[in-house]
Design a protein around this ligand. Sequence first.
Ligand code: NAD
Length: 362
Amino acid sequence: MTTVFQPGNQYPVLLGPLAETFPQWMAQRKPSGVLLLTDSNTRQHCLPAFLQASGLSADTPVVEIPSGETHKHLATCTAIWEHMLAAQLDRHALVINLGGGVIGDMGGFCAATWKRGVDFVQVPTTLLSMTDAAIGGKLGIDFQQVKNTIGVFQNPAAVFVDPVFLKTLSERELRSGFAEVIKHALIGSAELWEMIRHFDPTQLEACSYEDWHHILRLSIDVKVQVVTEDPHEKGIRMLLNYGHTIGHALESYFLETEHPLTHGEAIAIGMLTESWIQHRRMAQPLPEEWVALLLRIFPKQAIPTGIVSEIWQTMLQDKKNKAGSVRMALPKNRQLNMEVLEPLESEVQEALDAYNASTQLF
Ligand SMILES: NC(=O)c1ccc[n+]([C@@H]2O[C@H](COP(=O)([O-])OP(=O)(O)OC[C@H]3O[C@@H](n4cnc5c(N)ncnc54)[C@H](O)[C@@H]3O)[C@@H](O)[C@H]2O)c1
C-alpha cells in the first residue's frame, strides 16, 4: 500500500511501510557512507524499528542531539558538523534524518552545507513532519529567537513516510501536527476537510494505520501540489505560511517562557487570528465550523495582554515581508487561491483580544 508522490519530478515521497520502500531505494543508491541523525526521543522510540525495516546494520553511525525547538540553532549544527568530520563523510555519502521537523530542518541544513552539499533523506517521525516539514526542501535553523532565519532550499534525495512512528508520539505532538493537516484542508482540499471536520482529540488518538495513511495521502497531496508549482516561494507557496505570520511570532515569544507552545499550537492561534483579520476586513464573520474545529483540537491558551508590540517586532522579521510591511497569506477558498494582506499592528492587537474572548471570534 505504498503511495508515491513526485514533487516537481525531483524526488520521491514514499508513503507506506518502510520495509517496502527503503531497502530497494538504498540498494540502487549505494552511498559511500551513512550517518543517521536522531534526537534523544527518536533514538529511543524510532531507531530500533527503523534499523529493522531499513535493513541497515546495527553499527551504522548514529548522532543523537537533544530534542526540541530550543536546540534548533547554530551550536547544534556545529556539533553535527563535528560528527560529519569525525565520520569522514565525503560527498557521496548519505545523511538520514530520523525525526520530526527540527531534525529534518537542521539535519537537512547541515547536509546541504557540508562540503557544499551531501545527499540526505527525510524519515519523518512526527505527524507535523510527515505532512509538511519533510517535503519541499526548506531547511534551516532559528537565529536570535527568530524562527528559520538561516537556511537554504535544497531537496532531499527521497522522503520515506511511515505512519508506524505515530504510535509513540505524545497526544500533544499528535495534535500539533494536526494543525498543519487542518491548514492543508482549509487551503486546498475539500475532501480532506470533509474527512476531518468533526474530529476531536479522542478521535486523533484512535486513528489506525490505515486512517493515518488516508489522511496523510490527502494532506501530502496539497503540499506536493504547492511546492511543485512554486518550489522557491515566489508566489503560491506563501499560502503554506497561512497562520505562520502571527503563529511564528507567538511561538518565538512563548519559547522564552516557562510554557512554550508547540509549533502546531502556535499555528492554530495564528490561523484563527489571521483569518479573523481577513474576515473583519470583508465585514464577514469567521466560519463557525473552522473556529469550532480549531478550538476543539487546541483549547484556548491565554495570550498575555500587552505583548503585541513584542510580537509585532518579530513579525517585522518575517521572510514574506516586502519593503518593511508585514504580509500574511490567507486562503480565499479550498482550491489553492491566495490573498495577501498587510495587517496593521492595531489589527493584530484586536485579533488577539478577540481570541482571548473567544465568543467574539464568530
Ligand atoms: N521545512 C518546512 O517546510 C517546515 C514546515 C513546517 C514546520 N517546520 C519546522 O518543524 C519544526 C516542528 O516540527 P515537529 O513538531 O516535528 O517538532 P520536533 O522535531 O521537535 O518533534 C516534536 C517532539 O516529538 C519528539 N518525537 C519525534 N518523533 C517521535 C516519535 N515517533 N515518538 C515519540 N517522540 C517523538 C521529538 O523528540 C520532539 O520532542 C519547527 O521547527 C518548524 O519550524 C518546517
